[in-house]
Design a binder for this molecule. Sequence first.
Ligand code: N01
Length: 536
Amino acid sequence: MTDPIQHYDAIIIGSGFSGLYALHHLRDNLNLNVRAFDSAGGVGGTWWYNRYPGARVDAPSSPFYAYTFSQALVDEWRWNETQTSQADVLNYLEHFAERFDLVKDIQFKTWVTDAQYDSITQQWTIETDGGETACAQFLICAVGALFVANMPDYPGIESFSGECYHTGRWPHEPVSFEGKRVGVIGTGSSGIQSIPEIAKQAKHVTVFQRTPQYSLPARNRPISDTDLVQAREQWDELRQSMLHRGGWPHKTIRRNAADYTAEARQIIYEQLWETGGIHLSINSFSGVLVDKNLNNEVSEFVREKIRNLVHDATTAKKLLPEYHFGTKRLILDNGYFETYNRNNVTLVDLREDPIQAFTPSSIQTQNDEHAVDILVLATGFDAVTGSMLNLNPKGRNGLRLKQKWDDQFENYLGATIAGFPNLFMIHGPGSPGVLYTMPLGGERTANWIGETIQHLRAAGLGSIEATDEAAQDWVNSINEAAAQTLYPLTNSWYMGANVPGKPRQFLAHLRGSQYFKQLEAVAASGYSGFTFEPKT
Ligand code: N01
């Protein structure tokens, strides 16, 4: 009789950037027997789900928002624009999966409904919504930092009878806004990227804004052949640069603001605004995210830009952000503020006119009723920790992750959790995650996981587990680093503040290049902060 349970060396949950690379690395470089599972119908993770109009990488992208390890892959892929569109990223990931023959080892349209560790066998067992059971010594959670949708719970929202889409769960069929009255709730990256595109089609767009945001011009443009050829020719050098500098090849300019007059600083801000992308944040002056006065100056510079871009002074005023520049995820836009100059776009400031209730065909705010045919929820995600909590694995002694993370997101190295042996996270809380180039971060973390697995195998060990002390120290170090900055002063998803009841804790390591050195140092030290058990 055949065993109904499938046995593997490693199970990977997720087939986005990091899950795909982990599958390739563990299977092809380390010769492990690996199976990946994904709820989506194809590869891509975030890029499979987030198909809303205008979706693009919100960081300096092509050709650096990509895998870096293979010169051949770099040589054969042609990026189209400097700020890569969702469709282009997804094409690239599909190409990667095909080129490295990954799809045959991924089970799509499959939810992993449970994961449990057995201390006796030192194995993880997973169950799927298809009724399958599989087990493996190692469980690798590449479950996505921005996956679990944050859904607003306004009274009556379930009675809304028009079309309703969350940006992170956008349908695969085209959505037509032609002749429609569209309500968009939320003005983070997803809202700010989609609103200009929706406004081009819709009869009317009403934007419901809770917090005005800093958004910088992306200055997206086609990539020239010359630029691509140059990047390919210099790839080794560029890659080394990425590895040693925060994930991007370009050196950050470290100017001291006090060495410049106020007028000279304005000229620099102006130049960086014209350059576009995140340059105003990373290349203006050292300490923008630390020094309140400097931050206030940059914040005011952007506010002045908004006043100039938006013709109607009342609307412009509502769009002026008040928090510290850069302490929420910076947004890169393509004509967002200018969209409010169209006569088919209205802004509702929820701070002065909050939503009271929904009817089947409208949104009622305190002062008005807004008729809506299509509702777009650009309300974000239970970021960084939501997907792990969704999985809610059961670790040693039957402890569920929801219990473990009840009051803080304890982790060691952003990749492991005490009480959950042989489980690894990619882009978990306490890792650089979204503050680093995510494809490269995934690559490097998966390499470290692979090295750790090889270490166990070579030494005949059955399990590796973070100690509670190491995990607490790690969380403390992340909190202490954040406390030196302005980040904790703002209610952002970096702080878990966008989800009611979520523990308030800074969720990212602030210095990516230092983080990967720390991973290397832990491995070189014989895995300090971990305990091992011999193989049973
Ligand atoms: O989500 P967000 P997002 N009533 O949390 C508002 C990445 N990303 O999907 O600020 C009314 O940033 C909320 O208001 P407030 C990127 O890292 C990447 O836009 O909490 N409003 C906010 O305005 C990004 O940061 C890419 O007061 C409500 C908005 O909804 C991250 O994903 C593209 C509300 C949510 O903004 C998340 O971006 C897009 C409520 N009940 C995004 N609840 C690419 O690289 C929430 N809001 C492709």
